[in-house]
Design a protein around this ligand. Structure first.
Ligand code: F3S
Length: 82
């Protein structure tokens, strides 16, 4: 990670990194928004949702991967280059 210019080392080069939730798989376990409230929230029924456009800020990649690893339904994906 380039500390002076963090955007330059975000993901692979300058690739945009986002998280997304497959609503067909989400069962509302809530681990995503409990663990990483900066990236995920819940809807009125307790299902997970991505905050904003799901963009993962430089330095937040670890949190995004933690959410992926902790979703029992494997409903969270990290996508690059969108
Ligand atoms: Fe849904 Fe997984 Fe989060 S089941 S609420 S995306 S931990």
């Amino acid at each position: 990670m380039n500390e002076l210019y963090p955007g330059l080392s975000h993901g692979k080069g300058n690739v945009l990194v986002k998280v997304q939730i497959d609503s067909r798989c989400c069962q509302g376990h809530g681990r995503c928004y409990d663990l990483v409230p900066s990236l995920f929230g819940d809807d009125e029924e307790g299902y997970g949702r991505v905050l904003g456009d799901g963009r993962v800020a430089p330095g937040q990649e670890h949190d995004a991967h933690r959410a992926v690893a902790n979703c029992p339904e494997r409903a969270i994906e990290i996508v690059e280059g969108m």
